[in-house]
Design a protein around this ligand. Sequence first.
Ligand SMILES: C[S@@+](CC[C@H](N)C(=O)[O-])C[C@H]1O[C@@H](n2cnc3c(N)ncnc32)[C@H](O)[C@@H]1O
Length: 303
Amino acid sequence: MSTTGAAPAPILTEAELRLLQALIYQECGMHFDERRTHFLQDRLVRRLRERRADSFYAYYRLLISPAGKEELAKLLENLTVNETSFFRHKAQLDLFQKNVLEEVLRHKSARREYSIRVWSAGCSTGQEAYTLAMLVADSLAYYYLRHPVPVEMPLPKPLVPPPWRVEILASDISYAVLRAGQEGAYSEQQMATVDYGYRLRYFDKVGERYAIKKNLKELVHFDFHNLKTEYLPQRNDVIFCRNVMMYFDEAEQKRLIEKFYRCLNPLGYLFVGHAESLLGLTEKFQMVHKDSATAYKRIEVRE
Ligand SMILES: C[S@@+](CC[C@H](N)C(=O)[O-])C[C@H]1O[C@@H](n2cnc3c(N)ncnc32)[C@H](O)[C@@H]1O
């Protein structure tokens, strides 16, 4: 590696591009077709400059060496699209809160299983996971009002009424976004889609930013999970994986859906992005459609 100043931006040859695409696909399932080649080149150039690598091959050798694990993670981090917002796609969240959650709560209380687990897979900077936490907390409080469980209520009244337990798992492949999510402090601009009621109940104003209140934050657990790997978090009642699958090719999408099937509890639900669909990719989920929103319910196969 040279220590000279910024080299002119290298343009990858076909062979180099293919090598890089294959490595990325193998590592995280992201597929870069011709439409995204420019983006890939641009991000690669940034990493080459940062590392002061004088050739693609020197950099590639680093990526595939044991010493290059950290750099590989950095490169992948640079390739992910992290766009997200609070309360993204309202119709789908209504379907989640008014139909899916109600059903899950009914089903669970009939079995005296007072726990709910929701997974935001590909959570970016945490807005989706915290949105889900707010919706679950509100739904549970309302459900509890109608169906109280005779258990002594501690004071001050907790966000989640006992004996219920709520766990929202938020995972991503990028450590940078996981750190931001864990911090849980958002700018006015990021708060644009959060109405006053939610701001008042679930945020504290800290300087210029809105910080997630401690009791809500405690429900959300951030962790690194690469959706390409086989071992993913199990026993979820609901999985949200929105605007992630769109970066995978069809083979990888099918594999991921199969894994999600196994990661869900019986009768669990999967939500994908508004521009994504399970159509033609699986027969193990039943589509549930309401207004302009869709969810996918796990179909139970008889042994
Ligand atoms: C566009 S954001 C979507 C955020 C959120 N789900 C939403 O819809 O608002 C996509 C996220 O998926 C993550 N991602 C991409 N590939 C991944 C993988 N193989 N494993 C885990 N996360 C991945 C990215 O790092 C990024 O934060």
